[in-house]
Design a protein around this ligand. Structure first.
Ligand code: ADP
Length: 389
């Protein structure tokens, strides 16, 4: 079965055509700068070289049509299409086959993720119009967290306000955390019961997963909450917002931009949101880079224990995404802070670079520590297979 997986972002559209029988990726690519001058596509086939071609993408609809032309040009069947949807709101505890009602719901909850849901719905529309004979499935990042107990998802705000405006913790990265759970348990032959999944990329979140169920996660109503991220604050005292507005004279939009785009590791280091640059800076003795890495380690360790409370313990930690998979230093900084809990990693194993699931647990550790490359696209393709296959 060949599944086309689509991941539409605010100005990009990533895609992969995956053969689920062999797990081979027949083609993949990304349409970038959609709606912005200078749009282009990067595309590769059968693991070959990536070609970059300028292409006019005034809208996501144009980009989807371009991608469909490219993919159908391969002469392979497309047996189903899976769409990543960032926010499922209060509607989608599981992935679903698209019909008009589903699409209306994706748009209804869009105020919770305005930069994503509207364009994602537009792309689904475009795919249905272009290939009416092929089924579409939406896979929401929030679905996995439906299993959280009320003690995790409810905010201590007035009930009527929360009910009317649907305010609660939704979390994010659910498809990735679900994949990490699955890959971890394959690797440990079902021995994992209480997993801390650490998705650490430019956006980062932790998830407490007990026997396959999300029990708590660090992102909240929106993906701004929780860990220190590339350019996002993570948790700060909410009153900081009022103070910035009343005393600092900033507008709501300015505070929004500050907290989402000008904060996090970028603000702390003063040079970059990318941990590679910050690690290089710290190596040269840059004090701001050193404190940025220390704070990232401290906050991540602190929230790891907050997640552990949701399961009253943890037996496995799985590091994933850009930082979790590729930065031995960040893994070390986090685990060092958890040494008092008995967490140990093996320095040599931690230094190994590979694209495989690997065990970096140190001798005498209280928990197993793994590196688990995430694969949200494959998880989406599995859902399509389950619903349409
Ligand atoms: P996204 O959330 O955009 O999907 P990724 O999961 O791809 O992000 O993570 C991207 C981030 O991973 C980069 O911004 C960088 O901070 C970090 N990263 C990637 N490779 C390395 C590396 N070799 N060493 C340290 N950090 C890395």
């Amino acid at each position: 079965m060949n599944v086309l997986v689509i991941n539409a972002g605010s100005s990009s559209l990533k895609y992969q055509l995956i053969d689920l029988t062999t797990q081979e990726v027949h083609a993949k690519g990304n349409c970038e700068r959609i709606g912005i001058e200078g749009s282009f596509i990067t595309h590769s086939e059968h693991g070959g070289e990536t070609e970059r071609t300028p292409a006019p993408f005034p809208t996501h609809r144009d980009a989807s049509e371009y991608v469909l032309d490219l993919i159908t040009g391969l002469g392979l069947s497309i047996d189903g299409i899976g769409h990543r949807v960032v926010q499922g709101g209060w509607y989608f505890p599981k992935s679903v086959v698209v019909d008009d009602e589903v699409l209306a719901k994706v748009r209804e909850v869009a105020p919770l993720a305005p930069l994503h849901n509207y364009v994602e719905a537009d792309v689904v529309d475009a795919m249905r119009a272009a290939m009416p004979e092929v089924g579409n499935v939406v896979v929401c990042d929030t679905s996995f967290h439906y299993s959280m107990p009320e003690t995790s998802w409810r905010y201590a705000l007035p009930r009527d306000v929360c009910d009317r405006l649907h305010i609660r913790k939704y979390g994010a990265h659910g498809t990735s955390h679900r994949y990490i759970w699955r890959a971890t348990n394959e690797f440990t032959h079902g021995e994992t019961h209480k997993l801390i999944s650490l998705h650490l990329g430019s956006g980062s979140s932790l998830c407490a997963i007990e026997d396959g169920k999300s029990m708590d996660t660090t992102m909240g109503l929106t993906p701004l909450d929780g860990l220190i991220m590339g350019t996002r604050t993570g948790t700060v005292d909410p009153a900081t917002v009022f103070y910035l507005e009343r005393v600092g004279g900033y507008t709501v939009d300015e505070v929004d931009t500050m907290m989402n785009k000008q904060s996090g590791l970028l603000a702390l280091s003063g040079i970059s949101s990318d941990t590679r640059d910050i690690e290089a800076g710290a190596e040269k003795g840059d004090e701001n880079c050193i404190i940025a890495l220390e704070m990232f380690g401290y906050r991540t360790a602190q929230l790891t224990l907050e997640m552990a409370q949701a399961m009253e313990g943890f037996d496995t930690m799985a590091f994933s995404a850009g930082i979790g998979e590729n930065s031995p230093l960040c893994r070390e900084k986090i685990c060092e802070r958890l040494a008092w809990q008995g967490v140990r990693i093996d320095k040599e194993k931690n230094a190994v670079r590979s694209g495989e699931v690997r065990d970096i647990t140190g001798e005498g550790s209280s928990v197993r520590v793994l590196v688990v490359p995430t694969n949200e696209e494959l998880m989406i393709a599995y859902d399509v297979q389950e619903l349409l296959g």
